[in-house]
Design a protein around this ligand. Structure first.
Ligand SMILES: NC(=O)c1ccc[n+]([C@@H]2O[C@H](COP(=O)([O-])OP(=O)(O)OC[C@H]3O[C@@H](n4cnc5c(N)ncnc54)[C@H](O)[C@@H]3O)[C@@H](O)[C@H]2O)c1
Length: 345
């Protein structure tokens, strides 16, 4: 697998997006988000997405530079219409607005519609947590029906992820998870790498358990999170469709939606306004110590907190660079060639 420095991939990604019609600032925002996903080991949300985004620009689904409009603004809630600009660019604006308003009012809700794929939620919640905000972000995937309802055979929901982050020392605690058994991107990564996937993530079109990732793209579906208790993941997915899709106006069912969009729900709390820094820090320290003091099961070295595995991977990849699968690298080379962007030596 070829390995690159962050700077090399950043230059390449930005030039490709700029040649595809994106302004420099927005290309930087998008590529920063993609590379952050690679850094923390979620290659499914990394530069593998560049081709998808370039294709979406070509199809008119992503509209680089489209005006991001605030359609409702009260002290408690902001509703944003992204007009199909890049999801990352709309989400960055939403985060900025949410933090500004939460600083004034203690908390703020932001909902976004007509927003393309925002990428990895944990990146946004972590950023806000690093500024002292307890943050929840969830999205629905209104146009990407890939998950079956509990007991069903036909996909009716997106993978509808949720992330929650809370400040702690230099690196916040960050939960970031799909409400489905897997993210679609992870099936895509396995397909590109020619690998099988674990049992219990997808079914084929007849509802039989499958480990060949291609079964998903041949009429199969992703299972809700929870295995035998999948009705819980399914229930969470449904409620996130309502909070992210119905409340924002992004949509929930095939006839009300446009391709590739994410409906966004962002909830930000200014911690300082509800608990003193001293009390927060001391309670968190005690809590983390308490969790980590559990005896470990055989074969487990350390109890990890939400987001800790990503922090460890970030440190590793910052030092060693990012390795791309041959499939992803070949795709990037083709993109670069098609836009006459120079490849790294
Ligand atoms: N924008 C979209 O439409 C969209 C859709 C789906 C998924 N996503 C993104 O896909 C990414 C992948 O989601 P996922 O559900 O596959 O993530 P995952 O299963 O890899 O991780 C889920 C959570 O579990 C934690 N975790 C992992 N191993 C752990 C361990 N050993 N101990 C303790 N905690 C541990 C992680 O820190 C993370 O918070 C997320 O970043 C999500 O935001 C985005």
């Amino acid at each position: 697998m070829p390995t690159f420095s962050i700077a090399t991939l950043h230059r390449l990604g930005c030039e490709i997006l700029q040649k595809a019609g994106t302004n420099t600032d927005d290309a930087n925002i998008v590529v920063d988000e993609l590379l952050d996903a690679n850094l923390v080991g979620h290659d499914s949300h990394g530069v593998i997405r560049l081709k998808q985004y370039v294709d979406s620009i070509g199809a008119g689904e992503i509209k680089p530079g489209a005006e991001i409009q605030t359609v409702l603004s009260t002290p408690g809630i902001t509703v944003i219409d992204g007009n199909f600009n890049f999801g990352q660019v709309v989400a960055a604006r939403a985060l900025e607005r949410g933090q500004e308003e939460a600083s004034k009012n203690g908390t703020h809700t932001v909902l976004c519609r007509n927003t393309n794929h925002v990428g990895r939620l944990g990146s946004y919640t972590r950023k806000a947590a690093m500024e002292g905000f307890a943050t929840l972000m969830a999205v629905n995937g209104p146009a990407n029906f890939s998950v079956i309802p509990w007991g069903g055979l036909d996909p009716r929901l997106g993978t509808n992820p949720i992330s929650m982050a809370a400040p702690w020392k230099e690196d916040p605690l960050v939960l970031d998870m799909t409400t489905s058994a897997t993210a679609e991107g992870k099936i895509r990564v396995a397909t590109q790498a020619g690998e099988s996937i674990p049992e219990g993530l997808i079914v084929d079109e007849l509802g039989n358990s499958a480990t060949d990732p291609n079964a998903f793209y041949q009429g199969g579906a992703i299972l809700p999170l929870g295995g035998a208790l999948g009705f819980k993941g399914y229930g969470l997915g449904v409620m996130l469709d309502i909070f992210c899709g119905v409340l924002s106006g992004a949509g929930v069912a095939r006839e009300d939606v446009t391709p590739s969009s994410n409906g966004v729900w962002l909830q930000i709390i200014d911690i300082n306004q509800v608990v003193s820094d001293h009390d927060y820090e001391s309670m968190m320290n005690k809590y983390v110590e308490w969790i980590k003091s559990s005896r470990t099961a055989p074969g487990v070295e350390e109890i990890l907190l939400p987001g800790e595995i990503e922090s460890q991977r970030r440190a590793h990849h910052n030092e060693k660079g990012i390795s791309l699968s041959d499939g992803t690298w070949n795709q990037m080379k083709e993109l670069a060639d098609s836009f006459h962007v120079a490849l790294p030596d």
